[in-house]
Design a protein around this ligand. Structure first.
Ligand code: ADP
Ligand code: ZN
Length: 747
């Protein structure tokens, strides 16, 4: 009884061993109890090894008391009797996990209903954990020469060399003295040489806030001053920095970074696609005189280790990262910036499902630091928070310098269709020809990889479908395969229809970038064309190289998928064609319109970023759609208000809370039975509604059958305890599992 009481440790009887709670990066419901080693002295945050079954695991000494809002409190872990406690094996020589990060991990776990160990696992990132690299060492002369030591010429030589200049390693010293390494070791044994540790050069340069500040005038100067003041307040606050593409948002938030550096604190910048950030880091280096530290999943093991330590000891001053950078052990975090805050790629969908934009706000609160959300098209969530007075709002209304906003036109594809079998309308074709004729650049955007999204048999109507998913196979003609964009399944393009055996009957339906490229090569035979898609550009270096070639004007026409929608600055690009502006609008997702506006506006924003006027042409079969109207008029505020009015009455996000439950199983029966059980046990509470079960948007994925339920609740109702209670009442069928997604990105 005593053991299960909170605070029991304060009245520990003298013969009871001291307990330490250790969080392991494993899917347990909480921290485990261990016995303090005889040497004692372990503090929360220390990284330790402990026995677990027959294995040894690395974990972190955790706080005895969780500091979470009551509704987030997970149920208590069972306590181990004192006699059965096992002892912590060792404390590792690693910087401890700071208290703010430990609280953040507890919070993220409780909010997302994930095992805290799985969140900790993201913070530890296996290879960040290896012990410190052995520091470099060299030999120094002690001055002692034992009386019985015979000073051979070889030994004398070594002592001469070691006596001058910086201490050298064994190999280097032996080499310079022209002797074998054993001579050096012999002298060391005799006490004539002493090993000294050489200072390791810092892994990252120190950014200089005064290196190359921009000249700021007008609204840019006002906004920059407001951001600097916010940083100077030195407390948690949330600011939305909204500004049209090319207005200088990046330029301006670099001033907030400068202000934070001047205070000696660290900065975290989250970018949606860090591997594509070569332009950003180049710009940072020009502003601050040195490169920032990077953090993303492609980082090599050594650099990951070095960076993790440099963040922990405070020498990495600015970290630019993907969402996982939120879990780095910052020594003194003073500012967080989330660029392109509306991007859905901030949502992690695998493992712990969390939205890095939202969790960044929590992290800022834990570290008592200001956070700035940056976008040309802020999310409805963020705008609602501005409207409710929770976030500050700063705005840049015009493009910097002589650049003006591009002119956007919707092309009615019903009135002005392309030729049969083609996808570019005559108006778009001549706009591209004109741009290239003026020595300017053009871009075609289509958010779809491959040649064609559907392959159909003209004889029997058979559609080529993925064997593992409810999805069509996408033809990739260059590779002569059909592939599934959901599970990666691929197969050679069959010579005949697999259903009716008709030969030469399989026909591609609809375009992907590959097909658009084929059409562009035929239409603009002299143009230098570059394709930018994730399957044609392998890795950050290839992307950086492509971007460089565009900037150097070695390219006339860029054809790309969403990679081209990132914040690239292509000064010579004046014409942007959106091949299929309607693409994202199907599918019945309530967020589709908002997302389409954000994506297409971002693509459009690549046009006319310098002197010459930019033109954007949207190919659409529904030019009267509010999405096209908003893109043409540039009036996003009105569009977002309409969006809000559609979601408000039904308490859809951001006006209510939403949780998705995805039931998946290897048989449809198990999925159905589990989903039905969840439906029967659904909470019946005032202000809470459960929708479904119904087949999930991808009813079969990777061979697993999927059902979905949605729980919708009023904003003031915490959903975590409701979900915990609900899930505890339903046991999934054999082979079935239930995944919970708090704040799903599509609904
Ligand atoms: P955004 O992030 O809003 O798209 P950027 O910060 O990328 O805008 O600015 C657009 C372009 O204008 C960039 O090339 C940037 O270097 C330049 N620019 C913006 N403000 C200034 C300034 N005050 N001085 C010099 N160049 C600027
Ligand atoms: Zn598939």
């Amino acid at each position: 009884l005593l053991e299960s009481q909170p605070g029991a440790s304060r009245i520990t009887p003298p013969d009871t061993p001291q307990r330490v709670r250790v969080m392991l990066p494993l899917p347990f419901a909480g921290a485990l109890d261990y016995r303090m080693p005889p040497a004692g002295g372990l503090q929360p945050g220390d990284i330790v090894t402990v026995p677990l079954g027959r294995r040894t695991e690395t974990g972190v000494v955790w706080d005895a008391q969780l500091r979470l809002p009551p509704e987030f409190m997970p149920p208590p872990m069972p306590t181990v009797a004192s006699g059965r406690l096992r002892t912590v094996s060792a404390r590792l020589d690693l910087p401890p996990i700071p208290a703010a990060l430990r609280r953040f991990i507890d919070w993220v776990a409780a909010y997302t209903l994930s095992p805290p160990g799985m969140v900790l696992a993201m913070a530890l990132r296996a290879n960040a954990m290896a012990a410190a690299p052995r520091p470099a060492a060299g030999w120094q002369v002690t001055g002692d020469i034992p009386a019985d030591l015979r000073l051979t010429p070889a030994r004398q030589k070594v002592l001469d060399v070691a006596g001058t200049g910086t201490p050298l390693s064994t190999t280097e010293l032996a080499k310079q003295a022209g002797v074998g390494a054993s001579v050096v070791r012999g002298l060391a044994q005799a006490g004539c040489l002493r090993e000294v540790v050489l200072p390791t050069p810092p892994a990252f340069g120190t950014p200089d806030p005064t290196h190359a500040p921009p000249v700021l005038e007008g609204e840019q100067a006002d906004v920059a001053r407001a951001l600097r003041d916010t940083v100077a307040e030195d407390q948690f606050s949330i600011t939305l920095l909204e500004g049209v593409t090319g207005s200088g948002k990046t330029e301006i938030y670099m001033e907030a970074i400068a202000a934070c550096l001047e205070k000696g604190q660290q900065v975290l910048v989250l970018l949606p696609e860090i591997a594509l950030s070569s332009q950003w880091t180049g710009r940072f280096a020009r502003r601050f005189g040195t490169q920032p530290a990077l953090w993303h999943s492609d980082l090599g093991a050594r650099l990951r280790r070095v960076t993790w330590r440099a963040v922990a000891d405070g020498t990495a001053r600015v970290v630019v990262g993907a969402r996982s950078a939120l879990f780095l052990p910052f020594a003194r975090l003073g500012l967080i910036i989330v660029d392109e805050e509306h991007e859905t790629s901030f949502k992690q969908e695998e493992g712990v499902t969390y939205n890095a934009r939202d969790m960044a706000v929590v992290r800022a609160r834990m570290d008592a630091a200001p956070i700035m959300l940056v976008s040309a098209t802020p999310s409805l969530e963020t705008l609602a928070n501005v409207g409710a007075g929770r976030y500050r709002h700063l705005r840049l209304g015009a493009r910097h310098g002589n650049a003006s906003m591009p002119q956007v036109r919707a092309l009615d594809m019903r009135a002005d269709p392309p030729e049969r079998g083609l996808f570019l309308s005559p108006v778009l074709v001549s706009a591209i020809e004109d741009a290239i004729g003026r020595q300017e650049q053009a871009m075609l955007f289509l958010n779809r990889r491959g040649y064609a999204p559907l392959t159909l048999c003209r004889t029997c109507g058979h559609r080529m479908q993925c064997p593992n998913c409810t999805a069509w196979l996408v033809e990739h003609r260059a590779r002569r395969i059909l592939t599934c964009h959901h599970c990666g399944h691929n197969e050679p393009m069959p010579p005949a229809c697999p259903s009716c055996n008709a030969e030469d009957s399989l026909t591609p339906i609809g375009p992907g970038v590959e097909r658009i490229t084929e059409e562009a090569r035929a239409t603009f035979p002299d143009a230098r064309i570059l394709v930018m898609a994730s399957d044609t550009l392998h890795g950050p270096a290839a992307t950086a190289d492509a971007v460089e070639r565009i900037a150097r004007r070695e390219i006339d026409l860029v054809i790309g998928t969403q990679i081209v929608a990132k914040g690239w600055h292509f000064p010579h690009l004046t014409v942007v064609g959106i091949v299929d502006a309607d693409l994202g609008l199907g599918g019945g997702d309530l967020r589709a319109a908002e997302r389409t506006v954000q994506l297409l506006h971002q693509v459009a924003g690549r046009a006319g970023r310098a002197e010459a006027q930019g033109h954007v042409l949207l190919q659409s079969y529904v030019p009267e759609h509010p999405v096209m109207e908003a893109l043409v008029s540039g009036d996003f505020a009105s569009f977002m208000e309409q969006e809000a009015e559609q979601r408000r009455p039904g308490f859809w996000p951001p006006f209510g809370r939403l949780v998705a439950l995805i039931v998946s199983a290897d048989t449809p029966e198990a999925a159905d039975a589990t989903a039905r059980a969840l439906g029967q046990e659904a909470p019946r509470l005032e202000g809470v509604q459960v929708l479904g079960p119904a087949p999930a948007p991808l009813a079969i994925l990777r061979g697993r059958h999927r059902q979905r339920l949605l729980l919708r609740a009023r904003r003031n109702i915490p959903v975590q305890p409701i979900m915990r209670e609900w899930l505890s009442r339903v046991k999934p069928e054999r082979g079935a599992r239930v995944d919970v997604d708090i704040d799903p990105i599509s609904f």
